[in-house]
Ligand binder design. Structure first.
Ligand SMILES: Nc1ncnc2c1ncn2[C@@H]1O[C@H](COP(=O)(O)OP(=O)(O)OP(=O)(O)O)[C@@H](O)[C@H]1O
Length: 311
């Protein structure tokens, strides 16, 4: 397999079968270093399976896989120390305190700089003196995040990282991701929640039933997403305006109405750049123009659909 020295993760034809069930149907991924890569998809899409393969918790049934230039199967403890991992399901039932548990993890993950654990606990609002088993779901998740981040690994693999976190803590988590990026680290995170991926990630893979159905930059998704536009035009000829706007590429659901005296109302959806639509209105006297934020959720959900084409 040809891998670039800079790739954080490369997979080719990565396949995973559990008995007769195929969870991953040969996926190809290239995750460059120094960015945040999001994997989204419905339940059972294969997000957790992909992450567990990267960590060598499970082994592929076929295909090839490199993580930080190494094969997870042979990378051993040395490779594991370069990665921070937050599993999707944390089982923390121990009587020991958070601080002791993190000290135990630090033996496995490798050196942790002085002050890092306290600083992370402070930022996330976690009391490290409490027994782990007495922590709420959200506080357990914070402990999981600290153990993933504390040794400042080159690659963070985070399975549903914000699950159970309140919005303020989520904001702090986003700042932590930006800091990882600034120091040249790479983050791979999975989520059900598009808004989270949208805020955090540069690129996304949409997984469905073990296949990648879309690979895109978040900026590209936004550009291709449908926006709703509303315009009020003064003193226009409604049928003529309708005819003009119908010819604009990417316009759909067009409604032109002259209900109010002296003005014409226009509503439409746009699935391309707003430029040609706005230019088609030039020469008219606009009373109001509203272009809504693109509805990314809607365009991503379309890929969850059975009809969506497989890339
Ligand atoms: N240990 C296992 N044994 C058998 N089948 C499994 C096992 N783990 C996962 N699967 C199956 O593999 C498929 C992918 O599961 P996976 O947990 O990777 O999906 P996911 O995208 O993480 O889903 P979710 O969003 O629900 O966490 C599913 O059909 C699941 O039932």
């Amino acid at each position: 397999m040809t891998t670039t020295a800079t790739a954080a993760v490369t997979t080719r034809g990565l396949t995973k079968r559990y008995g007769s069930r195929t969870a991953l149907h040969g996926i190809d991924l290239d995750i460059a270093r120094g960015g945040v890569f999001g994997v989204i998809g419905p339940n059972g899409a294969g997000k957790t399976t992909t992450m567990r393969l990267l960590l060598d918790i499970i082994r592929p049934s076929g295909g090839e896989l490199r993580v930080l230039g190494e094969e997870p199967r042979t990378g051993g403890a040395a490779l594991r120390r370069r990665i921070g991992y937050l599993p999707g399901e944390l089982h923390l039932a121990s009587r020991i305190r958070g601080r002791e548990l993190l000290a135990h993890y630090a033996h496995i993950s490798g050196p942790v700089r002085a002050g890092v654990v306290d600083s992370l606990a402070d930022r996330l609002g976690l009391d490290l003196a409490r027994p782990v088993r007495s922590l709420s779901k959200g506080n357990k998740q914070k402990l999981g995040l600290i153990q993933a981040f504390m040794h400042e690994p080159e690659l963070l693999v985070l399975d549903e990282p914000t699950s159970g976190l309140d919005p303020l803590v989520q904001q702090e988590f986003l700042r932590m991701l930006h800091e990882v990026k600034r120091r040249g680290g790479t983050v791979l995170l999975s989520s059900h929640v598009l808004s989270e991926v949208q805020q955090a990630a540069d690129e996304v893979a949409i997984l469905r039933a073990g296949n990648i159905v879309k690979l895109a930059t978040v900026a590209g998704l936004r550009e291709a997403a449908v926006r709703r536009v509303r315009v009020i035009v003064a003193e226009a000829d409604a049928p003529a305006l309708q005819a003009t706007l119908e010819r604009v590429p990417g316009v759909a659901e067009l409604r032109v109405s002259g209900d109010l005296p002296g003005t014409v109302g226009v509503e439409a959806t746009l699935d391309t750049h707003v430029d040609s639509f706005v230019k088609a209105l030039a020469g008219h006297d606009l009373v109001d123009l509203t272009i809504e934020e693109p509805d990314l959720e809607q365009s991503v959900l379309a890929y969850y659909d059975d009809e969506a084409g497989v890339q």
